[in-house]
Design a protein around this ligand. Structure first.
Ligand code: GDP
Ligand code: MG
Length: 164
C-alpha cells in the first residue's frame, strides 16, 4: 500500500474534516456499502511528489463514553500497527480532555512510531498560544492547524512526508 498516515483522536476534534481536506478530489473510497457503519475510511493523496494513503478512524455510532474509549483505543492500536505516521488530532479550543489523555498514554508507548500532535481548530493566530497546554501530553510540539480553513495544513504535510 505504500506509506500510510492514520488520523486518530477522540470524537469531534475534526478528524474527518482533516481527512477530507487532505484527500480532496483524490478520494478513493474503498467500501461504498451504504447503510453499514464503517469505522475506518481510506483515501489517497499526494504531497511534494509523494503519493500516500490516509485513513480516517472513528466513524462509529455514538453510544456512551465507555464505548467511545474502547473504540478509540482499538483504533489507536490498529494505527500503531499499520500506519507509518500517526496524526493525533486534538481540539485546541477545548483543552486537554480525559479521552485525549487516554490516547496519549497509548501513543507514548508506541516507541519508534512517528506521532504528530495536531492541535486542530486553530482558525486564527490569536488562539495559537492555547496549544501550549498540549505539551503536557508528552508527544512533542503541537502543530496548529485549521482543518476547516486550511491554515497550517501545508506545513503539516511537509512534516508528514519528512517522516516517511
Ligand atoms: P471527528 O469526529 O473527529 O471526525 O470530527 P469532525 O471532522 O466530524 O468535526 C467535528 C466538528 O468540528 C464539526 O462541526 C466540524 O465542522 C468542526 N471542525 C472541524 N475542524 C474544524 C476547524 O478547524 N475549525 C473549527 N472551528 N471547527 C472545526
Ligand atoms: Mg469523524
Amino acid at each position: 500500500m505504500g506509506n500510510l498516515v492514520a488520523i486518530v483522536g477522540r470524537p469531534n476534534v475534526g478528524k474527518s474534516t482533516l481527512f477530507n481536506r487532505l484527500i480532496q478530489t483524490r478520494q478513493a473510497i474503498v467500501d461504498e456499502t451504504s447503510g453499514t457503519t464503517r469505522d475506518r475510511q481510506y483515501g489517497k493523496t499526494e504531497w511534494g511528489g509523494l503519493e500516500f494513503s490516509v485513513v480516517d478512524t472513528g466513524g462509529w455510532v455514538v453510544n456512551s463514553d465507555d464505548i467511545f474509549e474502547e473504540e478509540i483505543n482499538k483504533q489507536v492500536k490498529i494505527a500503531i500497527q499499520e500506519a507509518d505516521v500517526i496524526l493525533f488530532v486534538v481540539d485546541v479550543m477545548n483543552g486537554v480532555t480525559d479521552l485525549d489523555l487516554g490516547v496519549a498514554h497509548i501513543l507514548r508507548r508506541a516507541k519508534g512510531k512517528p506521532v504528530i500532535l495536531v492541535t486542530n481548530k486553530a482558525d486564527n493566530f490569536n488562539v495559537h498560544p492555547l496549544s501550549a497546554e498540549f505539551y503536557s501530553l508528552g508527544l512533542g510540539d503541537p502543530i496548529n492547524i485549521s482543518a476547516i480553513n486550511g491554515a497550517g495544513t501545508g506545513d503539516l504535510l511537509d512534516l508528514v512526508i519528512s517522516k516517511f
